[in-house]
Write a protein that binds this ligand. Sequence first.
Ligand code: 5GP
Ligand code: ZN
Length: 113
Amino acid sequence: MSCIFCKIVNKEIASNIVYEDEKVVAFHDINPQAPYHILVVPKKHISTLLEVTEEDKELIGHIYLVINKIAKDIGFDERGYRVVVNCKEEAGQTIFHLHFHVLAGRTMGWPPG
Ligand code: 5GP
Ligand code: ZN
């Protein structure tokens, strides 16, 4: 499997992990776009949001609860944060393993560029 996020999940590539359980891993983005930029990744390889199915419903809900936990643990829950999923090339997806960007620590513009 050549997927870089599968390699991070399997610890074949090092990353700065902030949270892990049986379903997900969360780690700092290598090229942060905000003071806090964490990626939350399911351990199951799902290439894009479009490949999410009925059987993943609990997993997706779990990911949002993990995001809330990370926000509270690190302490950016008070000021707020943004969650982004880029789906396919035109939206900016470059790694084809589903991931949730969690961005915090600065004022965010809208709409995104
Ligand atoms: P995408 O553009 O697919 O939505 O987001 C991919 C993200 O993965 C980018 O923000 C990029 O900086 C990050 N990334 C790419 N390769 C690595 C890596 O090897 N380690 C970590 N921690 N982040 C990575
Ligand atoms: Zn993968």
